[in-house]
Design a protein around this ligand. Structure first.
Ligand code: ADP
Ligand code: ZN
Ligand code: ZN
Length: 739
């Protein structure tokens, strides 16, 4: 009678698994954990996920219902992905059903067969297409077509339509146009994958510099065991080249490589570089895919048809057929942490997955997270520094520009304007960074002081002049711009503060003859608009570049010789203890977009706090010294990474309910909180958001084991409480922000 009970994760917010009997006529001996099972659940039928075959159940076996059908012959997830999810479920204390749902493509969650991916025909450039590319004039007015043709010109074997989607958004329409012109053609599909086809065609073999060679040799010598390598190198120091070489090595062993990048870093340039260098289909997993595309890419990874898998956060759960190496690019990036639902951290899980698999993981960054630097210093991670830019040249010097008492024109100081003028006169490009989209962050009544407050949040509505709306960036609510003050009726309403739209307007006035490219979520909403912007920048048609953090990652603008950070002050005294770390990372990331060896850039930071010690350290001594100083502050204050945190969040329409829940949670915690500090309940920094009041209880421990021993017990007691259904609550383990 062993193993007769199916223990199943069901997509529900409950903190438990569910027991079923095998479907009638099914031999349980054929079942393996990881297969999907259709089961009755309440009055519904749902797709669950078999976690284990158990001998007994806590329920009365006579009351167990049989499952209806087993949907897979082979487990949908291989054993190692299953092991990772089990680990993550226990570590983050999240309801199992939601954890497993995160790992599966939507179509599999809905019960679609996990059939092998369709093999699609390939698009190829024709000789007429090559001719068109060569004639500069032909494609002048069609940057998107040119981009696609240029990409296809680099794919001698042709490319699948799906692979072209990340290159240009409107690829289907563009392909149709190109085909009508006879510049591209559709060719027969290739034979089903030959996994051994590894003969990569290295473009021009580069001579590695010494630091690259050491980094590659160090990891390559350890491919058969677990190890975490922190590849710390400024932008342009050749990190991507190190990744590519290591991936090539892993491929020759017949194994796969999984590369995670921040959402925003998954640019066409990066993918094009991977496709150019690495053989075989690339599986790309990110949130912009359709459900079908996602399933296909996922299956390519699982069957091993794709040897290289590139994706954003959730790709950490991708099934691999023969995993050999994990790479996390821009490992410090905040987007690796999921901020709702199952709040996992993909970088941390990559380390866990590598350990479970006994393979190396490479964490790369110009500005590693303080956690990672601390791990390298304590010897848990191996540091692989790439201290120099490839081809020489030093990183751009950083100047702090004191704007106190300076007359600002829409946020621009006279000194910065003068410097911009000098660089533009030399025919160079200038990049201005402002991490706030819209025209102005608030509309203000000069008569009575009214502010454009969001009705649902403790936040102001941002003025978007181009769209003629006030928009809340926190809940998305929007409304028409008030023609007059709703309180006193005055028409003297003024926009206060700077947004990218306003900066653009001001710069058009100052530099009427210069092409300006603004890159933010608003200006790139339309498909193809990002590509057009990038083409204009590359061609030099745009020489003033304005942008939010969208501009800060992935792209390289070699003709930019001046980078201006319009406002560093937000980051210096933010509510979150990580604000200064984030600001430093962002400044260097933006700085890294600029210049090349023969045209080094300069970075100018406008601030009202020119004496801020961390900012000074960053400007005069660079990131490693900054990190040292910031870590010393954290140690002093007993903050992460020198303490370990969990945050119990609660929200409700009525503030008292959220607080009452947290108070009760604290009462439950107190008797078992050995080695812990309990802070709160306290209101969240943004107390009201989307119409709900938010509060939290912060738990902190000097030793990680103490925290987790406590959480194991506490979470069960929390779930056993009689719940107030009006309260939404969630546990955030290792929170990265308090909002
Ligand atoms: P990072 O990822 O650190 O920003 P990349 O790997 O993208 O750096 O390298 C920057 C540029 O230098 C790329 O164009 C790359 O092709 C080139 N490059 C990298 N390594 C070398 C090398 N050893 N010799 C010559 N060029 C190199
Ligand atoms: Zn008023
Ligand atoms: Zn709002």
């Amino acid at each position: 009678m062993t193993g007769l009970i199916l223990r199943i994760a069901i997509p529900s917010p409950l903190y438990k698994t569910f027991d079923y009997l095998p479907p009638p006529g099914c031999d349980p001996a054929t079942l393996r954990p990881g297969v999907r099972v259709r089961v009755p659940f309440g009055r519904q039928r749902v797709v669950g996920f078999l976690l284990e075959l158990a001998d007994h159940t806590a329920l009365d076996p006579a009351l167990l219902r049989p499952a209806e059908a087993v949907l897979d012959l082979e487990p949908a997830l291989p054993a190692d992905a299953l092991a990772l999810l089990n680990w993550a479920q226990r570590y983050y204390h999240h309801p199992p059903g939601e954890v497993f749902a995160t790992a599966l493509p939507v179509l599999l969650r809905q019960g679609e067969p996990a059939a092998p991916p369709r093999i699609s025909p390939l698009w190829r450039i024709t000789s007429a297409g090559h001719t068109a590319l060569a004639e500069v004039a032909t494609l002048r007015r069609a940057p998107v077509q040119r981009l696609l043709l240029e990409h296809l010109a680099q794919c001698p074997d042709g490319a699948e339509a799906e692979a072209l989607r990340p290159v240009v958004h409107a690829s289907t329409a563009t392909l149709r146009v190109l085909r009508e012109k006879g510049w591209v053609e559709l060719t027969a599909p290739p034979l089903p994958s030959e996994p051994a086809a590894v003969a990569a065609a290295p473009v021009q073999p580069l001579t590695l510099n010494a630091a690259q060679a050491v980094a590659i040799a160090t990891v390559a010598a350890e491919l058969d065991r677990f190890g975490v390598f922190l590849l710390e190198g400024i932008t342009g120091s050749g990190k991507t080249e190190v990744y590519l070489r290591l991936i090539e090595t892993v491929l020759t062993q017949g194994r796969q490589a999984l590369v995670l990048t921040p959402e925003i870093g998954l640019t066409p340039q990066l993918l094009a570089r991977f496709r150019e260098r690495l053989p075989g289909p690339l599986a790309v997993l990110h949130s912009g895919l359709s459900d079908r595309e996602r399933l296909n890419a996922w299956l390519l990874a699982r069957t091993g048809a794709a040897r290289v898998i590139v994706g954003t956060r959730s790709a950490i759960f991708a099934p691999l057929q023969a995993p050999g190496l994990l790479i996390i690019d821009e490992e410090h990036d905040a987007s690796f942490k999921q901020q709702d639902g199952f709040r996992y951290h993909a970088r941390d899980l990559a380390v866990v997955r590598a350990r479970q698999l006994g393979i190396p993981v490479v964490l790369g960054s110009a500005t590693p997270a303080l956690e990672s630097i601390n791990n390298a210093q304590s010897g848990r991670y191996r540091l692989l520094p790439l201290p120099e830019r490839v081809g020489g040249g030093s990183p751009p010097p950083i100047e702090i520009l004191d704007v106190r008492r300076q007359p600002l024109t829409e946020g621009l100081s006279p000194s910065l304007l003068a410097r911009i003028r000098v660089h533009l006169a030399r025919n160079e490009q200038v990049l201005l960074f402002l991490n706030r989209r819209g025209f102005a962050p608030v509309l203000f009544c000069h008569e009575c002081g009214w502010l454009s407050q969001c009705r649902h949040c403790d936040a102001r509505m941002t003025l978007h002049l181009r769209r003629q709306r006030l928009i809340c960036h926190h809940c998305g609510d929007d409304r028409a711009i008030d023609p007059a003050c709703p309180v006193c009726g005055s028409v003297d309403l003024r926009p206060v503060g700077q947004g990218t739209e306003r900066l653009e307007t001001a710069l058009r006035r100052e530099f009427p003859t210069i092409g300006i490219a603004r890159m933010d979520r608003d200006s790139t909403r339309r498909r193809g608009s990002l590509e057009t912007l990038l083409t204009d920048i590359q061609s030099g048609d745009s020489r003033l570049l304005i942008g939010t953090q969208m501009l800060a990652k992935g792209h390289h603008f070699p003709d930019v010789t001046l980078v201006g950070i319009i406002d560093a002050d937000q980051g210096l005294y933010g509510v979150d203890f990580r604000s200064s770390e984030r600001m430093a990372q962002l400044i260097l990331q933006v700085a890294g977009r600029a210049g090349r060896a023969d045209k080094p850039g300069t970075v100018i930071i406008q601030t009202h706090h020119p004496d801020h010690p961390l900012l000074r350290t960053l400007a005069s001594q660079g990131y490693p010294a900054f990190a040292e100083a910031a870590l010393a502050e954290r140690r002093e204050a007993l903050l992460p990474p020198f303490a370990h945190q969990a945050l119990l969040r609660a929200e409700a329409v009525e503030a008292e309910r959220a607080t009452a829940f947290l108070k009760a949670a604290r009462m439950l915690a107190e008797p078992i909180a050995d080695g812990l500090e309990l802070l709160g309940p306290a209101p969240a920094p943004m107390e009201r958001r989307a119409g709900r009041y938010r509060a939290h209880l912060l738990l902190q421990a000097a030793r990680r084991q103490d925290l987790h021993r406590f959480l194991d017990r506490w979470i069960i007691e929390l779930w056993a409480q009689r719940p107030d259904r009006q309260v939404r609550w969630a546990l955030d383990v290792d929170p990265t922000e308090l909002y």
